[in-house]
Design a protein around this ligand. Structure first.
Ligand SMILES: Cc1cc2nc3c(=O)[nH]c(=O)nc-3n(C[C@H](O)[C@H](O)[C@H](O)COP(=O)(O)OP(=O)(O)OC[C@H]3O[C@@H](n4cnc5c(N)ncnc54)[C@H](O)[C@@H]3O)c2cc1C
Length: 425
């Protein structure tokens, strides 16, 4: 396809890349949007798939259908494996090289085990649909196996769920597992009672939700404890092995361990040989360009952009979306930067009726905060069908405590839960 219009290549159809592509749709540019997945994923609700409240299709939308009505946007299912910035060229794993006039890197982040990569097989992280389904299998199978386990020690191990990391994802996972394991199963199981299960949230620092004001951390801690979560603060994990977590000298035997403790950026900095912070995020200019490469932007979780307090902006969806909009506008010549982030509040939920919100000037917690959290998440979901499906699932879950997506797929009768999760991870 020969065209005189500028060719914009966007790598990554997450929150940042998708927003940029939508902004460029229907404009006088040709856009190629490359992603190694065929779907855009609403990661903030992944934990609800992992805890059987939602189905995968509720929180993912096929990228191709999002741009079905935008003839100037071409969608490519492929993986970027390298970049040659001096030739304005992107290397793809399957297709041939892709030349461009503008390049937007929005390749996000992945979980990091701080150099202890061996822990990944015992403590999967939550980043993709596959991760969520793997964790769901492990949690649900642990309950099934506990129902028939006669050895009390092994039963306790099956009914102990450890979440490592007290940030928003860890807090949301711990709250949701506590509800699933303690309340939802009380009707359906005969041998195990809700009181048999134990959810442990392990945090290395002195408080959970460290990115929130201390008052909200305390409120979240109280809400989690009310759900029965055992919170261990100032407790760095020293080892993770098969069915075991070591916190200092304390041994926590557990079949289900979930990693929510750290992330690192995609290898975009390595592709470009660009300067980056310890998490691998590219130090970009104020207008989000990669230094020395005027035609290359990096946005979202893969970029390090200082906020007004001088600290790097957090890796959250609104930052990526606003940056996506900003770079698209620069390409269209509508603005020239610098990028300024406008915060509309920081949210985290705890279980099915409590949340905390930091609005900056004031804070909110409890049920009203949970309602705001719910509406915000439904509003930002892509697709009319998803909004209705998620809304209805939540109302059903709220009224009945039932989990609509409590399915264990694949062979299940004889498999050890942690083996299955390792295969899925
Ligand atoms: C479990 C979880 C819960 C979260 N909860 C919240 C929340 O409640 N609120 C909030 O604001 N934020 C939340 N976040 C963070 C938020 O999802 C991220 O900040 C946001 O997704 C970053 O957007 P992005 O565009 O930079 O990257 P992503 O949205 O991660 O998108 C990156 C895209 O790039 C693609 N990609 C990566 N590498 C390649 C490659 N080499 N070739 C081709 N394609 C590639 C990926 O497939 C993906 O589609 C959560 C994140 C997780 C994991």
């Amino acid at each position: 396809m020969e065209s005189s219009r500028p060719h914009v290549v966007i790598v990554g159809a997450g929150f940042g890349g998708l927003t940029a592509a939508k902004r460029l749709a229907g404009r006088s540019v040709d856009v190629t949007l490359v992603d190694r997945r065929n779907h855009h994923l609403f990661q903030p609700l992944l934990y609800q798939v992992a805890t059987a409240a939602l189905s995968p299709a509720d929180i993912a939308a096929p990228i191709r259908s999002i741009f079905a009505d935008a003839p100037n946007v071409r969608v490519l299912l492929d993986e970027v494996v390298g970049i040659d910035p001096s030739k304005n060229r992107v290397r793809l794993a399957r297709s041939g090289p892709l030349d461009h006039d503008w390049l937007i890197l929005a390749t996000g982040a992945r979980h990091s085990y701080f150099g202890r990569d061996g822990w990944a097989q015992h403590a999967p992280g939550l980043k993709s649909i596959e991760d969520a389904i793997g964790i769901r299998r492990r949690v649900l199978l642990a309950l099934e196996h506990a129902e028939t386990e006669v050895d009390p020690r092994r039963r306790n191990e099956l009914l102990t769920f450890v979440v490592i990391g007290g940030g928003p994802t860890g807090v949301e996972m711990a709250g949701a597992i506590a509800e699933l394991a303690r309340r939802t199963v009380s009707r359906d199981f005969r041998s195990i009672t809700p009181r048999c299960s134990r959810v442990v949230l392990v945090e290395a620092g002195p408080r959970i939700l460290p990115s929130f004001p201390p008052g909200l951390s305390n409120k979240a801690e109280l809400s989690l404890r009310a759900l029965g979560v055992d919170i261990r603060l100032n407790s760095p994990v020293s080892d993770v092995a098969q069915d075991l977590v070591l916190v200092g000298r304390d041994r926590i035997p557990a079949r289900t361990v979930i990693w929510a403790a750290g992330v690192e950026a995609s290898p975009a900095a390595r592709w470009l040989g660009a300067e980056h912070d310890p998490q691998g995020r590219i130090f970009v200019e104020r207008d989000l360009r990669v230094p020395h490469y005027d035609h290359v932007f990096a946005i979202g979780d893969t970029a390090n952009v200082p906020g007004i307090d001088g600290r790097a902006l957090p890796g959250i969806a609104p930052v990526a979306k606003q940056q996506g909009r900003c770079v698209a506008d620069q390409i269209l010549g509508r603005c020239s930067g610098p990028f300024t982030y406008r915060s509309f509040g920081n949210l985290a939920t705890i279980g099915r009726k409590s949340a905390v919100i930091d609005w900056g000037h004031h804070q909110q917690s409890g049920f009203i905060a949970w309602l705001i959290w719910s509406f915000a998440h439904i509003w930002f979901l892509i697709g009319f069908r998803s909004r209705i499906a998620v809304g209805l699932s939540w109302i059903w879950n709220y009224l009945t405590y039932q989990r609509s997506a409590r399915l264990i797929t694949g062979e299940t009768a004889t498999e050890h839960p942690s083996t299955i999760c390792r295969e899925a991870a």
